[in-house]
Design a protein. Structure first.
Length: 94
């Protein structure tokens, strides 16, 4: 009888960490549509933040690409790349 009471007192623990590790897939939001939506909602603070983040990302990418190109020219003796169409527009505007 005492043995039966011991079995009743035991509590089985279940490891739920595996269930917690499952993450929902992130849905990628188009920043341009988010910017337009915030402008339509007249949330100009949010639209300003979105715009600044978009510009910052583009400038960061452009700077990284230029760093790679300069490093290739200096260390790998790679020929200088031809100016792209976007670069020509900037050069002509200045």
């Amino acid at each position: 009888m005492d043995n039966e009471e011991n079995f009743d007192d035991e509590v089985e623990t279940v490891d739920t960490t595996a269930e917690q590790d499952i993450e929902e897939p992130e849905v990628e939001v188009n920043p341009i549509s988010e910017l337009i939506g915030s402008i339509e909602d007249k949330d100009f603070v949010k639209s300003n933040d979105i715009f600044n983040n978009m510009i910052s990302d583009r400038l960061s990418t452009a700077l990284d690409n230029e760093r790679i190109a300069i490093a290739n020219r200096l260390y790998n003796n790679a020929p200088e790349a031809e100016a792209e169409e976007g670069d020509m527009e900037y050069d002509e505007a200045v």
